[in-house]
Design a protein around this ligand. Structure first.
Ligand code: BGC
Length: 806
């Protein structure tokens, strides 16, 4: 299939790039007079541009009928236009309006963070339109490799370009505040620096194709429970240092074309209605140049949204268009506000491939992209345990594979972050592809069990997953002792996979079967390990999970534990690349693994509580969707002490600390140096890493800072920089250099709305993890340094109790 996007202005430009699409560069930005376009628009056209054209829902009528009407009267020219633009990319999440007579093209907006999400098949068309399911964001963050993430972004962006989308609704970059957030898999880390750097690398990669991104969900959107209406109560400091910082880095270092405002409120106001957030912070403090769109159905007052700088309302409803027109006609809103919003939308439009008449092939190089995802996934896997060098497997051919998930591997999470990929390589297939022999009897037993369990299985608890046809992993099969014994006789090693899935629409549970392992799973690990050990053989556990699970109670039982996460469509091949030793694992955790859920600092306030005194109508379907709006509040009492900032400061033991991960080789650190003793505006830090083991490998190097307290209390340490060595052969060394500037050292002083570096003695720690410190260096700051002064914004409505080390 080849779809020529009709060029409206730049006929000549449309002819470019019919050659190798894989190497084509982003087309240059044409000069177009968008003000002149706006001048030609009627008020109705304006209202229909800032409100999206609805969504092509593939959900049951029983639910559809309860929803507000999409912005389409069936018999109008507008309806014809909507029908037409929806054919451009079936399965996209939404479109903006197209007015060919003015030269305005639609922008096709499509999910999502793990790859382009579109319909894989089309009516009356024999071609298929599968997309690559890349590793989930958690995997990418665990690579700590911004170059690799940039490469994944470039590859993902090619599919966006070649299938004809204009903006990819990605990356997701909320902080993994709590281990149970159902969408954590779409997000990078508990740390804002890792989050911001990963997102910037991803945005730069995707946008290098001349297509846009939408960093989301801006901001403090850290749970799925009552996600449409929850009020995040959070301090200005925690916002600036934790929840906004990643977005700030991404905006400053990659200038995403768009930002998606989140569903939730912050300190009492819907973020899509917050001028503080969308204008004062995003545009004025940070210099964002693109447009802001709502999340699908976010917020409730469209006039306030427009005034706040939320330029585009998605997916769009008829009532919203009517409200806007009325507001202007009745002088309740200045039309100039609409013009401003439209200008931002059009300034992005002129950069889009569709506007430039890009010749869409419909045929990205999926084979090549599969290689990228296979490698990226291996680099993000984290080796948690490896007794006596159990891994990599040497001289092993016959493998007994346990655990239902081994046969039904999970490539990624559910909801809009799911991708319609052509295939997922299971662990079994990966092993076979890697030349291993599988225990057939076990395979037969498991496959029969899975078939039967699937037939009996109900819909997932998560309503969105259920609507979208997703299935929970089947409950683990109780294993028979004689099956394990037989397998131990005929196989050389055991592999056991434990699987978990979650996604948009629901949070995970602090229960067996979710955060905790079930007794059946624990028995499986214990029984298989015991029986294989008795036969002089080993057992390895593979975690196929989108987020944190409890590990402390069982991870010492088997001989090795590999956290493979949800590694994308090449899943089994990627796992086998690591366990066979083809790839030496170099991933490290970008989230802490607590001993038990209650140890997580957010667990006391997650997912919040219903607000007393407010009359929540549980069936309130206002503002777009079947997603209920319940008066609800989540108070971020842990304040700045998120993740390792909490565990390290308050000395709460964890199962695996932030930054942890093993390798098949060893590294030695030396020569940690700073270029001066007194910091004024820049400090150079260097450290040398040597591979002292016997196989080649790469090391993630983490730089933490312990800062003094004058007026602001500080966590025990914070990540201020990180890097990854190149592939170091045994005996090889590399010196890594880091540059620290005022912004890297600064904390946020609420009283002055300013970033400040306090006077005193500082300590830098270079670590192989947040607790394995391999070198330190000291410097001082003679007197307080005032960094950026920013808007006073998003002030909590009332004071609330915050965790403090004092
Ligand atoms: C999700 C967004 C997504 C949008 C469009 C929303 O429900 O929260 O992440 O991009 O739908 O599918």
């Amino acid at each position: 299939m080849k779809t020529k996007l009709i060029p409206l202005f730049f006929g000549a430009m449309a002819l470019m790039g019919c050659g190798d699409k894989e190497t084509q560069e982003a087309p240059a930005k044409p000069t177009v007079d968008v003000d002149a376009m706006i001048g030609k628009m009627s008020l109705e056209q304006k209202a229909k541009l800032v409100v999206g054209t609805g969504m092509d829902f593939h959900i049951p009528d029983s639910i559809l009928s309860k929803m507000p009407k999409p912005p389409v009267d069936p018999d109008t020219a507008y309806a014809d236009m909507v029908k037409r633009i929806r054919t451009y990319l079936p399965g996209a999440a939404g479109n903006t309006s197209e007015y060919p007579e003015i030269g305005i093209t639609t922008q096709v907006l499509a999910d999502g963070p793990a790859g382009l999400r579109i319909s894989p098949t089309r009516k009356d068309d024999d071609n298929t339109y599968y997309c690559t399911a890349f590793p989930i964001a958690t995997v990418l963050a665990s690579t700590w490799d911004t170059e690799l993430v940039n490469e994944v972004g470039k590859t993902m962006g090619k599919e966006v370009l070649e299938y004809g989308a204009d903006v990819l609704l990605a990356p997701g970059m909320n902080i993994q505040r709590d281990p149970l957030c159902g969408r954590n898999f779409e997000y990078y880390s508990e740390d804002p620096l890792v989050t911001g750097k990963m997102a910037a690398a991803m945005v730069n990669g995707i946008q290098s194709n001349g297509v846009g991104t939408s960093v989301k969900h801006f901001a403090a959107n850290n749970q799925e429970t009552n996600r449409m209406s929850t009020n995040t109560v959070v301090s200005e400091r925690a916002l600036r240092e934790i929840y906004l910082k990643g977005f700030e880095i991404a905006v400053k270092e990659s200038q995403p074309w768009t930002v998606m405002s989140a569903y939730n409120k912050i300190n009492g106001q819907y973020v899509s209605e917050s001028k503080d957030l969308l204008t004062n912070i995003l545009r004025e403090d940070w210099g964002f140049e693109g447009y802001v769109m709502t999340d699908w159905g976010g917020g409730s007052d469209i006039v306030t949204q427009m005034e706040a700088g939320n330029d585009l309302i998605m997916p769009g409803q008829k009532e919203q268009i009517e409200t806007l027109i009325k507001a202007v006609e009745e002088n309740k809103m200045d039309e100039a506000i609409l013009d401003k919003n439209i200008k931002r939308i059009l300034e992005i439009m002129v950069k889009t491939p569709r506007f430039k008449g890009y010749d869409v092939s419909g045929k990205p190089n999926l084979k090549k992209h599969a290689e990228v995802t296979r490698q990226a996934a291996t680099d993000g896997m984290v080796l948690l345990e490896n007794k006596d060098n159990t891994l990599p497997l040497t001289d092993v051919k016959k493998v007994a594979v346990f655990g239902t998930t081994s046969y039904d591997f999970i490539s990624g999470g559910t909801g809009s972050g799911d991708v319609n990929e052509a295939y997922t390589i299971s662990l079994i297939d990966g092993l076979k592809n890697g030349g291993f022999q599988i225990n057939d009897a076990l395979q037969t037993t498991y496959e029969a069990y899975i078939k039967d369990a699937r037939a009996k299985q109900g819909k997932p608890d998560n309503w969105l997953a259920a609507i979208m046809g997703a299935k929970d992993p089947v409950a683990e099969m109780p294993i028979k002792a004689q099956d394990v014994s037989k397998a131990a006789e005929s196989s050389e090693i055991a592999l056991i996979t434990i699987g978990r899935n979650s996604g948009e629409g629901g949070d995970r549970k602090p229960e067996a079967g979710d955060f905790y392992l079930t007794n059946t799973e624990k028995q499986l690990i214990a029984e298989v390990t015991k029986t294989f050990h008795a036969a002089g053989k080993k057992a390895i556990v593979v975690l196929n999970v989108g987020g944190v699970v409890e590990t402390k109670s069982w991870a010492q039982i088997p001989d090795a534990v590999l956290c493979a996460w949800q590694p994308g469509q090449e899943a089994g091949n990627s796992v086998v690349d690591v366990i066979s030793g083809k790839v030496n694992p170099s991933g490290k955790l970008a989230i802490s693994f607590p001993v038990k859920y209650e140890d997580a600092p957010s667990s006391k306030s997650f997912p919040g509580y219903s607000i007393e005194g407010e009359t929540g109508d549980e069936e309130d379907l206002s503002g777009f969707s079947f997603m209920r709006r319940v008066p609800w509040e989540t108070v971020y009492e842990e304040d700045i002490y998120v993740g390792y900032r909490y565990y390290n400061t308050f000395e709460v033991p964890v199962a695996y600390e932030f930054g942890y991960g093993l390798s098949y080789t060893n590294f030695e650190y030396s020569n940690m140096e700073v270029d001066k003793q007194t910091f004024t505006d820049e400090l150079l830090v260097s450290v040398t890493v040597k591979n002292t083991g016997t196989v080649a490998g790469r090391e993630v190097v983490q730089l933490y800072l312990s800062a003094p307290t004058v007026i602001l209390e500080k966590p025990e340490q914070e990540l201020v920089a990180f890097g990854k060595t190149k592939m170091l052969a045994p005996g090889a060394t590399e010196t890594l250099h880091f540059v620290l500037r005022t912004k890297d050292l600064a904390s946020f002083d609420v009283a002055r709305s300013s970033w400040i570096v306090e006077a005193g003695d500082y300590e830098l720690k270079v670590g192989a993890s947040s607790t394995k410190i391999n070198g330190t260096a000291k410097f001082n700051v003679a007197q307080e340094i005032l960094g950026d002064k920013v808007h006073k914004a998003l002030v909590p409505q009332a004071d609330f109790k915050k965790l403090s080390r004092n």
